[in-house]
Design a protein around this ligand. Structure first.
Ligand code: NAD
Ligand code: GLY
Length: 369
């Protein structure tokens, strides 16, 4: 069964389809969006080796010619150099503005190809076919595209919505378990930030989701996307409520910056620890109960994800160094730090005026130096 979720953005509205076998039907799904039957597929070497033949065959069956643009896997590719490489390849292919780019990979490929699409000849359409759990439930939906710079992650980018998202659950069969867990951190985020019922469902079904039980996975992915679609439709450019999607990210980005964006700490792992820290800080400030913070951490830890600083590679961290990263975060304004805090499970809110001193003290209590 394919579930279809609409992202309601008026003339730029698009569908996110979730189900099995969607890659095999990608040609018929994409053909109506194409002026001429060709597409450049941006993918990484790992994804292309595993699933490229299947996608190519499906597109060619619909008469769509495929030009692969294959990049190295890993966060380093989401850079100015990676962007230059991809845009140069697109120019060499002589794509014009009636053509579509297909982003086929995880969040790295989606963010990079999406940004290339945003700026290629002042904007070309693109389709997302996300292949990690994280990309299916988060990065492929909502139109945030970006590259990293040496000064930080996602600092150069654009809002550019895809024309269609095909989240084929079959492709997750080859995803390493660690990447699956990292994506799960973004799934549990939706429950924690705004849907207690979903959070409670996840407490009961985490093992089934992580072991890729088809029904549990479909439910978790579709519910996550539905919440993201609803938030994006209401606040596309993050003037307000969309910021809730950053639950755990201010702490998480600081930990990623300290660990160097390599493979030692995945984005989802950083966000996992960040969410547990955000709940404990919320409890320390009296916004939520200690029991809620413990229950949030138990759900995250139960999925094999870090919830304490001493579980994060690089421990012990310097509290002031972490706070400096937080202050450089693009969400920081006028010297005050912005955090997503919680009044309870499923009840997050944006706090724009968090005192850096209170965070430093809290981080020391959590084991930072
Ligand atoms: P990723 O794209 O690096 O993929 C993780 C690894 O899994 C890679 O080595 C990749 O080759 C491999 N892989 C992908 N699909 C596979 C499959 N089906 N089978 C086997 N291996 C597979 O990482 P990610 O976690 O998907 O994305 C992280 C990125 O997403 C970060 O750059 C983050 O900033 C970004 N992000 C963006 C948004 C947004 O809204 N745009 C939201 C969250 C995260
Ligand atoms: N991943 C956060 C957002 O899309 O806003």
């Amino acid at each position: 069964m394919t579930r279809t979720i609409s992202v309601g953005l008026g003339e730029r509205a698009y569908e996110v389809r979730v189900g099995h076998g969607l890659i095999d039907r990608a040609g018929e799904a994409m053909a109506p969006l194409l002026k001429r039957r060709r597409t450049a597929v941006v993918s990484d070497e790992t994804v292309w080796a595993l699933h490229g033949a299947r996608l190519t065959a499906a597109l060619e069956r619909a008469g769509i010619a495929v030009s692969p643009v294959i990049v190295a896997p890993g966060e380093e590719t989401k850079s100015f150099a990676g962007l230059a490489e991809v845009t140069d390849r697109l120019l060499a292919l002589e794509l014009d503005r009636g053509d579509l780019i297909t982003a086929f990979g995880g969040g790295v490929v989606g963010d990079l190809a999406g940004f290339a699409a945003a700026i290629y000849k002042r904007g070309i359409g693109f389709v997302q076919i996300p292949t990690t759990l994280l990309a299916q439930v988060d990065s492929s939906v909502g139109g945030k595209t970006a590259i990293d710079t040496p000064r930080g992650k996602n600092l150069v980018g654009a809002f550019h919505q895809p024309r269609l998202v095909l989240a084929d659950l079959d492709v997750l069969a080859t995803l390493p378990d660690r990447e699956m867990r990292a994506g799960y951190a973004e799934v549990v985020k939706y429950g924690l930030l705004g849907d207690f019922g979903f959070f409670a469902w996840l407490e009961a079904h985490a093992a089934a989701v992580l072991s890729r039980d088809p029904q549990a996975l479909a439910e978790a992915v579709a519910r996550s996307i539905a919440m993201k679609a609803e938030i994006v439709a209401e606040d596309e450019t993050e003037q307000g409520r969309r910021a809730l999607l950053n639950l755990g990210h201010t702490f998480g980005h600081a930990l990623e910056a300290e660990t160097g964006y390599g493979g030692s700490l995945l984005h989802g792992e950083a966000v996992a620890a960040g969410q547990a820290l955000a709940f404990r800080f919320s409890a320390a400030q009296g916004f939520c109960t200690t029991q809620d913070a413990q229950r949030a951490a138990a759900a995250i830890a139960g999925a094999g994800l870090p919830v304490r600083l001493d579980e994060v590679p690089g421990h012990p961290f310097g509290a002031e160094r972490l706070v400096r990263h937080m202050a450089q975060d693009k969400k920081a304004q006028d010297g005050k730090l912005t955090f997503i805090l919680a009044r309870g499970l499923g009840d997050a809110f944006v706090a724009n005026d968090v005192d850096a001193g209170a965070i430093t003290t809290f981080l020391r209590q959590e084991g930072a130096t």
